[in-house]
Design a protein around this ligand. Sequence first.
Ligand code: FAD
Length: 479
Amino acid sequence: LVKAALILGTQQFDAHPAFDDDDIDVFFFVESPAVFERRPHHAHKMVLILSAMRHTAAALEATGRRVERMPLAEGRGFADGVRQLVRTHGIDGLAWMSATDRGVDARLRRLCEEEGLRSRVYPDALFLTPAAELDDWFAGHPSARMEDFYRWQRRRTGVLMDGAKPAAGRWNFDADNREPLPKGGIDIPPLPPLEHDDITREVISEIAERFPDHPGDPARFWLPVTPDEARGWLADFVARRLAQFGPYEDAMAADEPFLFHSILSPALNIGLLTVDEVIEAATDAEGVPLNSLEGFVRQVIGWREYMRGAYRAWPHLRDANHFALRRELDSWWYDGVGIPEDLPVPVRTVLERVLATGYAHHIERLMVLGNWFLLQGYAPRAVFEWFSALFVDAYEWVMVPNVQGMSQYADGGGVATKPYISGGAYLQRMGSWWPTQKAARESTFTTAYWDFLEAHEERLRENHRMAVPLAQMRKRHGE
Ligand code: FAD
């Protein structure tokens, strides 16, 4: 019997369970261009995944293990590539780690049946919560609020707990975590520089050649591609930025793309880091104020795991469209050519940043991009496609609940308790995008906000948390 383990692109763990499985004879890596061709994926995301895969393969080979690859240049689809490897190498058993995105496991199981292979599936290690426990929690909590989930998660894991009580007696420091950057300026430590090695350089030139029309310049690729590099970024974040993560987590600045964010999602979402090690590094750090530590822990063991649960529990989210919005995105959203002159300054700034790096931090995704998409009446599915293509950390499990749910309110309030919309005043308070407060109040962003409230008043009235903004809107209109 010859058994192979298939290492999926999003599972680049250096402690993948297959590596300790004595009866695995060979490791398969399938690089499928079809996955990248499905939409115009950002060059940096493609470089990230391919370079990480090739580094894992090289590390395995260096320890004397047998690796067989289906290279990008072969041009095969994913299942076709797996099948080809299975047949060429006379495999009779296939092992893989359960994939987070729906459909992949089923496809591989089908392939095993068709090829007469025995199969073995390891549990998904991208998360802290076992899938069955997560599903049980969602099944037992029909309204499934993130705050309840998070408390359950803290109790379950014992992270930041004092026995049965939360550390320092509080679950939540959100009220302390809403500061704009100080007026006098603040020192923001730059991200640690990384160098491209031979493997990454080769991937960059392949991507440049094969996908010349995709957004992003592959030569400017900037992310960790191995567990060691990712751990270096984690250590640097914990030492230099975590302490200020909390207060400035919602802050924005036109000339500062990263602020005090961790930029760990690209690594976490492909297994270069595990949630465990991220939490351990953060909670072991000395001198980190609790509001920052708790704020960060909430994102990683709260929001991130909750979003996976929502994706699994609420399949209808994918096609939800509460406000029945239909507008499609123009091509400049993808290629930056001909961005309209009158696009509000925060949207233009963040868009240009995303086109260059494939990254924007959370509050920019939510309150600049997502907010603008919703106010402008773009179809949630079109918005989902855009985020999925452009972001270096985007996968279906995280995009569906974040885009359709949290940011576009397409489910009518399951993930978010109210639509995340605002006019220019909020953006100005948190990011000083316009020269004056008056300019923010008079901006097209603000006009779009009031217009949206008016156009969707009937639906919005169903949510009691919208009562105040709707009353303001009516007052403005002299009613
Ligand atoms: P930090 O601010 O440093 O946060 C730490 C970690 O917490 C992140 O690395 C991430 O793993 C986790 N996290 C925080 N919030 C969320 C959340 N809402 N959902 C899942 N994980 C979270 N996250 C993705 O990983 N991939 C995406 O494609 C993605 N798309 C988004 C689209 C929209 C419209 C919105 C509103 C949010 C999206 N998020 C996505 C969630 C969040 O914005 C990113 O995880 C975060 O900005 C990543 O940057 P960071 O690592 O610097 O995060």
